[in-house]
Every structure is written in C-alpha cells, then in structure tokens.
Design a protein around this ligand. Structure first.
Ligand code: MRU
Length: 349
C-alpha cells in the first residue's frame, strides 16, 4: 500500500466508497455507503475521521441524499437536503470542515437555477470537486510547508493528520511527504494518541507503509523525548483555528505544545483554509465529549473498575502564544495572528 497517491474517499455509481479506519491496521477494508444516513453513522462511529475527510464525506452524504431523492420539485428537494445537513452537522461538533462542507453544498443547491435533475447532478459534481480540491490543497500545503523541514529532521506528530484524515496525501504528514519528495531525509515520532489510538493504528501504519522511519511512543513519553533532544519540530493537524490563532486539535495537542515551548522546539499546525473559523470566539467552540468505553477499555478489554467516573474530551485548544506559525495552502501564516489570519483566509463558501 502506497499512501502518496491513495484516495481514501470516492464516489462510485451512486455510492460512497471509503476506507474503514476502524479496521486498520489489521485489515484494509472499504465501506460502501448507499445513503446519507449511512454516511452520518460512519462519521459518528469514526469509521471515517480527520477534519478534511469528514468534510468531504459529509459533502458526499448530501450528494447521496440528492441522488436518491424522489422529491417532485425543487422546494421538496431543498427541504430534504436541509434535513440531511442538520443530521450530518449533529454527528461531531468540533471540526469546522464538516459544517463548511455542508453549508457549501446547501448554498449551491439554493443558488442553482436549473431544473431538478440538473441540480442533483450538480450536487454530485460539487462533492467530487471538493474531494479533488482536498487532494490538491494538501499537495500545495506540502509544497508550502516543506521549506520548514531540514534534511535529517526528526518530527513529532500527534493523532493522524495524514492521507487517512483527508482524501489523500495528508496535511501535517503531507508536508513530510513533500520534504521526502524533495530528497530530504525525515524521521517521525508518532504519539499513540489515547484513547482512540489514531497515532498507533493509523499514523504509524501509513508512514511505515510509505517507508518512513517511524517510532511510536506512548503519549506520556513526549517530555522524555523532548528533554533528550530527540525532536527537532512538532507538526500537527487542526480541526478548527479561530481568527486569533487558537488551534483546536486532538486531545493531548495542548500539552505537547507546552512541552515544545519549554524545550525551544517549533510547533506548527498544518491546516487548509476550510479548517479556519473566522466567526466564533474560541471560548464558544464546542469540544466533543466521547463515550465511557473508549477510556475504560483497550481493545475491548476493561482496564478500569466498573462505575469509575470518566471524562473523555476528544479535542483541546492550544493558545496562539504556543504556535510558531501555521502552514496553509495559501502560505505560511506568521504572528500576530489576529492580523495575518483574516488577511490570508477568505472563506470560499
Ligand atoms: O477525532 P479525530 O480522529 O477525527 O481527530 C482528528 C484530529 O484531531 C486530527 O489531528 C485533525 O483532524 C487534523 S486531520 C488533517
């Protein structure tokens, strides 16, 4: 398996075909989804996960709703699509790409001036365009960001911001792929990323499949490797970045950024413009709280006593002062973020 070219999500004859991330790394299996409801369920169960990937999956969910619709007129179809949009937006609250993708699809449907059948076809085309754009955006981010990487660097990454979290190539891991394509030698330290283990199951799988030298560490070993001078840079993805530079990403990112600052290690989020939220105050962004079993069990086996109290936030917030710069497809955004982010990012809704 080569993740440089792989497409993780595709539209195929009225169905959405995507990699089942829950089966990795034991089995590489594809799910075939036939309805918007099945797409919503796959997002909720994290069979598809990663901010850009769930955005494109949601767009394909809206396309499926249109493709399968028996609506007799445009108004009826629009009502069905709005209902589908509400369902998709209710799956996971933190990654803004999901909301951006649904709004882009619904905005197109509202503005469209042709007939009912043409509108359905146009929605399918738009979802496919978004998939293609995601891949191209990641290639561009790779080109923009690879200049930050020096030959021989060891990069620490958290969670999975790779091909699997996107339609292909990846955000943070795309930068590493681009550096490698330019002939630089890069090795990676991947955190396991408890409790859903995206680092262990996905990042170490996709990087080692592509021939990177990757070392998997427990989340608790980040201070150890940094204190020993084993890390040159930290590159992570992002689920949402507000206009003042607060970065929402997988739980554990904040403590990595704090440790990076203490050890003088640059900390770079890598994210497309669809991950930016220019409207919300960072304090009002909802952080997803996930279930009990993810924490009290590992691989289905209970590791904590019955009845123990559990808190399982899926994301945290890294404040702008801990962020060195942000890599986007439009260039590298430097501080002060409250001035530079609104200039760089004009949302293409
Ligand atoms: O809960 P997940 O696995 O969807 O969380 C994913 C992350 O936090 C990634 O780091 C983020 O989406 C960036 S992906 C390019």
């Amino acid at each position: 398996m080569n993740f440089f070219e792989l497409r993780t999500i595709r539209w195929e004859d009225g169905k959405v075909v995507l990699i089942d991330q829950l089966s990795l790394p034991e089995r590489l299996e594809f799910l075939t989804l036939r309805s918007c409801e099945e797409v919503a369920d796959a997002i909720k169960r994290m069979a598809v996960r990663g901010a850009p990937a769930i955005g494109v999956a949601a767009a394909m969910g809206i396309a499926l709703k249109a493709y399968n619709s028996k609506a007799r007129d445009r108004e009826e179809l629009l009502r069905e699509l709005e209902e589908a949009g509400r369902m998709l937006k209710g799956t996971r609250p933190t990654a803004i790409n999901l909301f951006w993708a649904v709004d882009r699809m619904l905005g197109l449907a509202e503005r469209f001036e042709g007939g009912l059948e043409e509108l359905k076809e146009e929605l399918v085309r738009e979802a496919n365009r978004m998939a293609d754009e995601d891949f191209e955006t990641n290639r561009r981010m790779g080109e923009v960001g690879e200049g930050l990487i020096e030959d021989g660097d060891v990069v620490l990454t958290h969670c999975n911001a790779g091909a699997l979290a996107t339609v292909g190539y990846g955000t943070a891991l795309g930068v590493l792929r681009a550096a490698r394509e330019r002939g630089k030698c890069v090795s990676v330290i991947a955190t396991e990323t408890r409790p859903a283990l995206q680092g262990a199951r996905l990042t170490s799988f996709e990087l080692s499949s592509d021939g990177f030298h990757v070392t998997l560490i427990p989340d608790t070993a980040v201070g150890y490797v940094m204190e020993r001078g084993m890390v040159d840079k930290v590159l992570v993805g992002a689920d949402r970045i507000t206009r003042d530079g607060h970065v929402f990403n997988k739980i554990g990112t904040y403590q990595i950024a704090v440790l990076a600052e203490r050890h003088g290690i640059p900390f770079y989020p890598v994210a497309p413009s669809s991950s930016f939220d220019l409207e919300s105050d960072w304090r009002s962004v909802k952080i997803e709280l996930r279930g009990y079993d993810e924490v009290v069990k590992i691989g289905g086996r209970r590791i904590a006593p019955k009845g123990v109290n559990v808190l399982n936030p899926a994301f945290d917030v890294t404040p702008p002062e801990l962020v060195s710069a942000i890599v986007t497809e439009r260039g590298i955004i430097k501080k002060p973020f409250e001035e530079s982010i609104p200039k760089f990012i004009k949302k293409n809704l």
